[in-house]
Design a protein around this ligand. Structure first.
Ligand SMILES: Nc1ncnc2c1ncn2[C@@H]1O[C@H](COP(=O)(O)OP(=O)(O)O)[C@@H](O)[C@H]1O
Ligand SMILES: [Mg+2]
Length: 241
């Protein structure tokens, strides 16, 4: 038997996300904005893709499609080979909860929860029992260097610390797929490099695929490959280290 026959699922399973001819139009009154104009994209297990583009080029729109938090006007998104358009609302919510980690420019932490509780939250949604929750949260808090901040609420943390909480929260479900929208947008250069360095080590050591959209050129230094987005179209793919 050929390799494909003995191992039919392997290649498909290594594709974390695939987008085919993705289009997104926004209707505002009489005007239609074509935010995405036919985008093909795929990312595999262990990938680290940085998508660069200026403000208004369609980065957030694109990430919202990949993260299944908005619907495309046309085209398809597959997560681990599953066409998300075929899923019920309930199954789609499960997919988002279990398979996709999201990181935003503004961190989006819950102000009333501590570092520990913010990171733990996705596990409560998954009904993970308390002893496992504790073990997993503790490990990840240590991994992102927030051991001493476990009991603090977001307003007692620096921007870089908040983004590390957000990163840990994105990863606590043991997903291998994280989407980040301008993750360094509110951080100074040194802090930005630290955050990107943590992402890079998570990518290398835990095989987490990252898709990061940004207008910050520095972020590209951490990519395995970079892609440009201009006026709703992807171009110039470069292979990095
Ligand atoms: N909800 C929306 N309604 C109408 N137009 C939108 C909406 N979201 C984004 N757009 C438009 O789509 C284009 C791409 O926006 P966006 O994806 O936010 O770009 P970026 O994240 O690269 O700044 C812009 O022209 C923007 O004004
Ligand atoms: Mg944006």
């Amino acid at each position: 038997m050929t390799n494909e026959q003995t191992n039919p699922g392997k290649d498909a399973a290594s594709v974390v996300v695939a987008a085919t001819q993705l289009r997104k139009h926004y209707q505002t009154g009489a005007e239609t904005v074509e935010a995405l104009r036919g985008v093909d994209f795929r990312a595999e297990r262990g990938d680290f893709v940085v998508i660069h583009g200026p403000s208004g080029s369609g980065k957030t729109t694109f990430l919202n499609m990949l993260g299944c938090i908005d619907y495309p006007t046309s085209g398809a998104v597959e997560i681990y080979g599953q066409d998300v358009a075929t899923l019920s609302d309930g199954k789609l919510a499960e997919l988002r909860r279990d398979k996709i980690g999201l990181v935003f420019q503004t961190f989006n932490l819950m102000p009333v929860l501590s570092t520990y509780e913010n990171i733990e939250y996705p596990l409560l949604l998954q009904n993970v029992p308390r002893p496992q929750r504790r073990e997993r949260v503790q490990k990840l808090i240590d991994a992102v260097g927030l051991t001493n901040e476990a009991g603090r609420r977001p307003n007692k943390l620096s921007g870089g610390q908040r983004q590390r909480v957000a990163l840990a929260r994105a990863l606590i479900t043991e997903t291998h797929f994280v989407l980040a929208d301008e993750p360094t947008g509110n951080l100074d250069t040194e802090t930005s490099k630290r955050i990107m360095g943590i992402m890079k080590s998570l990518n290398e050591n835990r095989d987490v695929a990252f898709v990061v959209v940004t207008h910050d050129p520095m972020v590209g230094e951490f990519a395995r490959r970079t892609v440009e987005i201009r006026d709703g179209l992807l171009s110039t793919v470069t292979q990095g280290g």
